[in-house]
Design a protein around this ligand. Sequence first.
Ligand code: NDP
Length: 248
Amino acid sequence: MGLLSGKVAVITGGTRGIGKAVALRFAQEGADVAFTYIERGDLALQTEEELRALGVRCKSYAADASDFAKTKEVVAEIVKEFGRIDVLVNNAGITRDALVFRMNESQWDEVLRINLKSAFNYIHFVAPVMTRQRSGSIINISSIVGIGGNAGQANYSASKAALIGLAKSVAKELGGRGIRANCVAPGYIISDMTAKLPEAVRKEWVEDTPLQRGGTVEEVANAALFLASDLSSFITAQVLRCDGGYHC
Ligand code: NDP
């Protein structure tokens, strides 16, 4: 028996990086997995194959998580296909970095729309399903820069801070129905997203991290697994930092 046997998990952005690692880790613990992506259909098929090889049911959905009407459709399809939803991981996220006085309106809007509105969309449509089941675990992938801020990432940091407020509010609203809501706040994690950063910036992140390295996507997936499983059954409205000790 795995930690998530008999459970169904929904993950936004499961084709790469942290989302894919979460999908695989959950599947290793017995969860059936539905995941979304936006453009990399090739990677979605590959992830599906890797999940099936672990002996679970899975399905990918090409759906912009920030599209409210599409989210309604996708959640209805997942319920039809899998029958229930036990875990929701709001992982889809992007960066559009610039200093605040150089940041244009679309950089601000796009990051807030994809990082924050997407989480609202999925919580809005998944919460009634979890409420009927009288159980569920919602996990928002925030960031340590949502706690401490970061120069050049006013839009991203604001969106990640808001995900914490969102999780804490949802925890209060839905706790009485057996639904928990928490955040994982990763530090510097090696993925496509951080590969775009200049070498000097990555070096600085590592130097400021007591464990003196970047984290792996698998390490973030383990934190998400803890919050998804019954191991954390009395833990809600919390932010679990997965940052090698980095303090911003
Ligand atoms: P990646 O860029 O490696 O992967 C992003 C994933 O999100 C992809 O699967 C992508 O799909 C999907 N995605 C992007 N936009 C949308 C959308 N609108 N709708 C649905 N899916 C979408 O990112 P990471 O794995 O590094 O990051 C994952 C999460 O973790 C993000 O929220 C990020 O902010 C957060 N995080 C990352 C840190 C890091 O150091 N890497 C640190 C702290 C937090 P597709 O393949 O189709 O493009």
